[in-house]
Design a protein around this ligand. Structure first.
Ligand SMILES: *Cc1c(COP(=O)(O)O)cnc(C)c1O
Length: 476
């Protein structure tokens, strides 16, 4: 193709042309989302020619590159922008947030240091304050935006380790329910806490951490000369959506004097819905809360947040100075984000949340979250009418797990049948669910959290699930 070369520092005219081309692709993508398959992994061709492309020394035509990206690269995937995406923990791809990300990248403000872009950093800090207030955390709570829940958890654990263990790393013990997300165990692994010091605590029949067993473990460890320093309560587990007894965990953390972390990566934002607030009682006492705007606030992947009561705890773990950087702000109000995490250079993440809050108003998020929960309850109500469907617990937030009981077969066969049920449902390509295991039993999970998931697709999905259940019943 005859190609005019576009300079790196492209002219405003070229920028406009490129923007118009991208706009056309994006608008088409959004317009056709409802007819795109919710997953199209078979479309990936591991033998495709482009996988062997040489380094492109010379320019290519922008239109053909965009065609390639949108036709070849984007489709073979789980379509996490689709309204039928009910697997794992959906997010969204909120357009206004994507625009914020675009603006931030073009103006390229440096938010690792307060001094390099004070207003941009203050605006990001404002978004943090709003987020903390929205999930009911006390005044003065701050923190930082991260790449996601896993990074938030790691930062919290390292801060706790510095505060309570110093160089006695090998003695530190960590507590959490056996339903915890692996972000916690991974954080412990990266923070050099020995594997044998991890304490998964059994759960009750609603999959919530059993508080008396937690206290027993703590006492046993203290007797053995170990140093309990970190407990995680989950506000919305990935398996069943359970919320641990946060208030009782807070009391134990206060009694034994160690760090109380809440993993609210999935669930914490449901605090926005007034009638759900009582479920989170105790969360406000946490030393740190991980919450993922890229889940429940519908942002594209790459925005998590860690909210902490006392910034000094983060500073202790991450502060470091260098002759080639300006002195940092020490008041814990005007934040040098580099003092509070492993990162120095970082993107201007806060705008991705600030701009949507301003543009849509927070009530739009509150209404959307209330809607997701209503839809989850609706599906649960309908599925509980099926005589052979076992549901672990009703959805407290917007997810629940279920399976089909089949008589006269053993557990392994029953698990296989439920895997088949999941495959049958997902074959529809209109909705996508995922699976998990609880006490050795395979369950299907449905999580309604997508920005674009409304009643119509949920009712379609329900029919698909009911038909698949029926088909499984009729099997010999
Ligand atoms: C998603 C999730 C995490 C991990 O967060 P990432 O943003 O994927 O790193 C941790 N805990 C829970 C409960 C989650 O849902």
């Amino acid at each position: 193709m005859n190609q005019k070369s576009i300079p790196l520092n492209l002219s405003s005219k070229d920028a406009q042309i490129l923007l118009a081309e991208i706009e056309q692709k994006i608008v088409f993508f959004i317009d056709t989302l409802h007819e795109q398959p919710v997953q199209n992994l078979e479309k990936f061709n591991s033998e495709a020619d482009w996988l062997k492309d040489k380094i492109p020394e010379l320019p290519s035509n922008s239109q053909s590159i965009l065609d390639f990206i949108f036709n070849e690269i984007i489709p073979p995937a789980m379509n996490a922008a689709s309204p039928g995406y009910l697997a794992y923990v959906p997010g969204g791809g909120l357009f206004s947030s994507a625009m914020a990300e675009f603006i931030a990248a073009v103006v390229n403000r440096y938010t690792g240091m307060w001094e390099s872009a004070p207003a941009a950093v203050e605006l990001e800090t404002q978004a943090l304050r709003w987020l903390a207030e929205l999930i009911g955390l006390p005044k003065g709570t701050l923190g930082l935006f991260t790449s996601g829940g896993s990074m938030s958890t790691l930062i919290a654990m390292v801060a706790a380790r510095e505060k309570y263990l110093g160089n006695q790393l090998l003695k530190g013990t960590v507590y959490y329910s056996n339903q915890v997300h692996y972000a916690i165990t991974k954080a412990a692994q990266v923070a050099a806490i020995p594997k044998e010091n991890l304490r998964p605590i059994p759960v009750d029949n609603q999959f919530r951490l059993r508080i008396n067993l937690l206290e027993q473990e703590i006492q046993k460890d203290k007797k053995a000369g170990l140093l309990p320093f970190f407990v995680c309560g989950t506000a919305g587990t990935v398996n069943t959506g359970a919320i641990d007894p946060l208030e009782e965990i807070a009391q134990l953390a206060a009694k034994y004097q160690f760090w109380f972390h809440v993993d609210g990566a999935y669930g914490a934002v449901f605090y926005l819905v007034p009638e759900l607030q009582p479920l989170f009682k105790g969360m406000e006492q946490a030393d740190s809360v991980a919450v993922d705007p890229h889940k429940g606030l519908f942002l594209a992947y790459g925005t998590g947040a860690l909210l902490v009561k006392n910034m000094e705890n983060l500073r202790r773990a991450f502060e470091i100075s260098a002759a080639y950087l300006p002195d940092s702000q020490k008041d814990n109000m005007h934040l040098d984000f580099r003092e509070f995490s492993p990162e120095l250079s970082r993107d201007w993440r806060g705008l991705r949340l600030w701009l949507p809050f301003k543009l849509h108003g927070v009530d739009a998020f509150r209404q959307a979250l209330a809607e997701k929960r209503r839809l989850a309850v609706r599906v649960w109500e309908k599925l509980s009418l099926e005589p052979d469907i076992e549901i672990v617990t009703p959805p407290e937030l917007s997810l629940f797990a279920f399976r089909q009981r089949i008589s006269h077969i053993n557990q392994i066969e029953e698990n296989n049948q439920n895997r088949k049920l999941l495959a049958l449902i997902n074959q529809s390509k209109k909705i996508m669910l995922s699976g998990t295991e609880l006490n050795g039993q395979f369950f299907l999970r449905i999580c309604i959290l997508h920005l674009r998931t409304h009643q119509a697709i949920v009712d379609t999905g329900l029919k698909i699930i009911q038909e698949a259940i029926k088909k499984m019943r009729e099997q010999p």
